[in-house]
Design a binder for this molecule. Structure first.
Ligand code: MGD
Ligand code: MGD
Ligand code: SF4
Ligand code: MO
Length: 645
């Protein structure tokens, strides 16, 4: 089965197009990969779904065991169970977790199901990676999204990459856009306590203490202001709050801030000069820097230097999952309706109510993190679509208990995983390359998915399952012929999507919000999408994170992998990277087996002495290190592993 436009890679938010001919995966030129390039992962896009372990029949738990049943029996069980919970406990006893691996239409149906049943308890997993940065962008600029396009990114003179490794994580975008620009003379600044593939291309590597990025970036703001880098007309015409911001900068002791972050002030001065002198600066941020203070500081820097609202500048939220942007656009958020409209906004609720015939509840639901805590308590039933909440940067045993405590856990899945182990109903579904619909990548590009692979015979799409559940639990509002009808409804209640067309997307993708022929390459050309059209500065009261115990060793983890996307190249590994000075102080050497521990957990690792990590910090792969970072304090102790213990 092949198609000359193929479909969208299911593995990351870059959104490359691909297809398969005679068993070989092949890139197809698309907006994110114009030359048809794919990364190693994309080339293996079909491997997992052809696994023998694929779920092929619905399963229902009976007397403790999961037994194969018909679709009718499985759906009956879900409908009866959810109805009982709504009657006995009210709709807020239900939780809906979806679906950054699913289409916009599926996400829309999931949140519509939650809200028409009477609860805003709907969230999506993507909010665990880039939530704070996206929220800061929405609050201050207008949309929780990347401001410019990937194609446009190549025009930047300076790339400031903070807490991310796009060379390895968004490889096609990095190799297709950033690398050529840097080879052509653009400057790459990488801010990360640990060297990674991205650092290799960097002109400047700033390695601050973890969680001090807001200090570092605020210091940069002060230095840029001192180096005549302020774009005065931009600040005057497009922003508010500059005076107070400038005053707050004036109060800072730069030498002290640099010292707290433990970065060389001269190095920061060099970076500030590069930023001040550049015509176009783009900021790229990842999971290592997803904090409100950091996002606010980065936005201050972009506003100060006039690097928003024109080509070759802006904020790039380096999203991870392939429809992470679209899941939130479509309304899978407890406080936002489709189009990021607050559920507390009566006009927005009315727009949705006119379409649905049922008004969504006016008070925000709970975010995923809180919902998980309430499983078995306030929450009795959950519908989980395309995510694995049992793996959530929290104590796995505690999570298992929470999932087990639900009266009814329903999971749409391709495979058995840590979450399905606790499910009462498992519904086997089609994978991304087996279905139709739309997804939205990290630069707001809305693309059509096409089924280019045949799913196992008894499997249904998430769309079909959600439509059946909606029809049976709520009624006629779920009577859709296909994804096109859902997309058209989504457009009517989602202003940024209003001028797209499902038909047109079949042959040409578009970036939201399109304005006529203009493809919204960059947002905010004339004004910001805020109440007064201006973007506010946020004055800094930057504080170090609580308990900055710089005497201990701080743990940083990275290279997170989703089970669905991991490849041998991602290999978890249990290497503990440690700076030579710290290795000496701890009395450990390269190759030693050690135990790494804190109040939260104890894990084993093999010492890797390297200057890739800054002093005072040790680095572990997330798969190994995550149990240690579930607490607030990620200070760890190291001890030799005693044999036989
Ligand atoms: N091959 C592959 N690619 C993927 C994925 C995959 O599973 N496999 N997953 C996708 C997903 S879902 C996501 S979210 C993205 C993640 O992509 P990234 O956000 O790039 O994630 P990491 O590679 O873990 O890089 C995070 C970096 O943050 C650094 N860091 C940690 N703490 C701090 C800090 O306090 N300050 C600063 N400045 N840096 C810090 C770490 O050292 C690390 O280098 O990747 C996507 N791409
Ligand atoms: N401990 C720990 N926690 C983490 C991370 C970590 O590395 N370690 N990473 C964090 C990050 S960055 C992210 S993005 C999240 C990722 O978290 P998740 O998205 O929850 O994890 P995955 O295992 O990548 O994907 C979840 C499931 O989706 C299924 N799936 C794939 N396609 C479809 C589909 O079309 N429909 C349906 N119904 N299911 C589908 C896969 O089989 C897989 O089991 O986890 C976060 N939490
Ligand atoms: S960069 Fe991302 S979207 Fe492109 S081929 Fe690789 S995994 Fe797929
Ligand atoms: Mo992610």
């Amino acid at each position: 089965m092949s198609d000359d436009r193929g479909t969208v890679c299911p593995f990351c938010a870059v959104g490359c197009r691909l297809t398969r001919d005679s068993g070989r995966v092949r890139g197809v030129g698309g907006p994110a990969n114009p030359d048809g390039r794919l990364c190693e992962k994309g080339l293996r896009a079909f491997d997992p779904i052809e696994d023998d372990n694929r779920l092929t029949t619905p399963l229902v738990r009976r007397a403790g065991d999961l037994v194969p049943v018909s679709w009718e029996t499985a759906l009956d069980r879900v409908v009866r169970g959810f109805e009982e919970i709504v009657v006995d406990r009210g709709p807020d006893a239900l939780a809906f977790l979806g679906a950054p691996r699913c289409t916009n239409e599926e996400n829309y149906l999931l949140q519509k199901l939650a809200r028409t049943l009477g609860t805003n308890n709907v969230d999506n997993r993507a909010r665990t990676c880039h939530a704070e940065t996206a929220r800061a962008a929405k609050r201050r600029l207008g949309f929780p999204a990347t401001t410019n396009s990937l194609a446009d990114l190549g025009r930047a003179d300076v790339f400031l990459v903070v807490g991310a490794n796009p060379a390895a994580r968004q490889p096609v975008a990095f190799d297709g856009v950033v690398r050529p620009a840097v080879n052509d003379g653009a400057t790459l600044v990488h801010v990360d306590p640990h060297r990674n593939e991205t650092t290799r291309l960097a002109d400047h590597h700033v390695a601050p203490r973890p969680d001090t990025d807001a200090l570092v970036v605020t210091t940069l703001c002060a230095l840029v202001a001192g180096a005549e880098g302020v774009d005065e007309s931009f600040v005057r015409e497009r922003t508010t709050g500059f005076e107070a911001f400038a005053a707050s900068l004036g109060e800072r002791d730069l030498a002290e801030d640099a010292d707290d972050a433990d970065v060389d002030e001269e190095r920061l001065r060099d970076v500030a000069t590069v930023v001040a002198d550049a015509d176009r600066v783009a900021v790229l941020t990842g999971t290592g820097a997803d904090e409100t203070a950091t996002a606010d500081a980065l936005l201050n820097l972009l506003l100060l230097t006039g690097n928003l609202g024109r080509p070759g500048v802006g904020l790039y939220v380096l999203r991870g999952l392939n429809n992470e942007q679209g899941a939130t656009d479509s309304g899978c958020a407890p406080d936002w309706l489709p189009g990021h409209e607050p559920v507390t906004d009566a006009d927005a609720r009315e727009r949705v109510a006119n379409e649905w015939g049922i008004a969504p509840p006016p008070t925000p639901g709970r975010p995923e993190r809180d919902l998980l805590s309430e499983f078995g308590d306030e929450i009795a039933g959950a519908l989980v679509v395309g995510e694995n909440p049992a793996v959530s940067k929290r104590d796995p045993e505690w999570l298992a208990d929470r999932l087990e405590a639900l009266d009814l856990l329903v999971v749409h899945e391709l495979f058995r995983n840590e979450t399905t182990a606790h499910a009462d109903v498992i519904l086997p579904v089609a994978a991304g390359v087996e279905k139709n619909g739309t997804v939205t990548n990290l630069d707001r590009q809305v693309q059509r998915l096409r089924a280019v692979h045949q799913p196992p015979p008894s499997v249904r799409t998430d769309f079909e399952v959600l439509r059946s559940l909606g029809y049976r639990l709520v009624g006629g509002g779920f009577d859709y012929a296909g994804p096109n009808e859902v997309f058209e409804e989504l457009q009517r209640v989602t202003p940024p999507y209003s001028s797209l067309s499902y038909e047109e997307l079949a042959t040409s993708s578009r970036r939201w919000p399109t304005k006529g022929a203009d493809d919204s390459t960059y947002l905010y050309t004339e004004s910001f999408s805020t109440d007064d059209g201006r973007a506010p500065f946020v004055s800094v009261g930057v504080q170090l994170a609580d308990s900055p115990d710089w005497n201990g060793l701080r743990l940083v983890v990275g290279d997170r992998v989703g089970g669905f996307t991991s490849t041998a190249a991602d290999g978890p590994g249990d290497r503990l990277t440690i700076h030579p000075d710290d290795a000496d102080a701890e009395g450990v050497a390269d190759g030693d087996r050690v135990v790494v521990s804190n109040d939260a957990a104890t894990v084993e690792a093999t010492v890797h002495v390297s200057e890739a990590i800054r002093p005072g910090v040790v680095y572990l792969h997330a798969d190994t290190g995550d149990p240690l970072v579930r607490g607030e304090d990620s200070t760890v102790g190291i001890a030799p592993k005693t044999t036989g213990a």
